[in-house]
Design a binder for this molecule. Sequence first.
Ligand code: ATP
Length: 236
Amino acid sequence: DRGDAILRAEDLRVSYGEVVALRGLDFHVEDGEIVAIIGPNGAGKSTLADAVSGHVAYEGRVSYRGREVADESASDLVSQGLIHCTETRDLFGYMSVADNLDLGAYRHRDDVDERREFVYDLFPTLEDRADQNARTMSGGEQQMLAIGRALMSDPDLLLLDEPTLGLAPVILDDISDGIEQIRDAGVTVVLCEQNVTFAMDHADRVYLLENGRFEREGVPETLRGDEYIRDAYLGG
Ligand code: ATP
């Protein structure tokens, strides 16, 4: 392990009262990587994203650009480029697509027009629907809007929690293209995903989380050949 990881966790543990969600995780994410955290429902993927972005208390150590996450406020982390796109998307339903995007830029007012243009290039639907209320967008369009709004915050590290959840295959292609373009723009991505095939297609490295523990880690080519992963996650 190098010392310059953009994100590093050591013995990361999270409990909700009696429920132990994360049982001591070690991982690192290097600048420019796409790292996928895969695992079934309840494995702890959202908890990991919440801990790393400063939204949930943890034990152990988590550092973002060398600074302990617990010592920073969630909004300071946003200012420092750590942006969490949650599973529930957190859109403002009665506001327009354009206004939701602009809210993403509230901590970073420079170059807003360029970032909006990047988002509209990435997901042209959002430009076509700029005046539509967010709540009337389809599930896939809302996911694009949530990612678009996160990009308006000018992320260095983008945490995407289940971006494919509930989406039709045709929309997945759009999200796929979007993630590749986000990578090309130099953004580091942590992708929490139940859709293992999707995650493996994009990730440089993968951690398999089950019941709060990593059961496997490695590059997709290796994990695709792992018998357990094939049987349990890739349909044999
Ligand atoms: P999913 O894909 O279904 O969202 P996940 O992998 O993201 O699952 P988490 O949502 O992190 O998993 O949940 C991990 C465990 O922690 C589960 O057993 C869950 O019930 C529990 N948990 C999560 N949030 C809370 C909470 N606020 N209070 C109590 N238990 C919680």
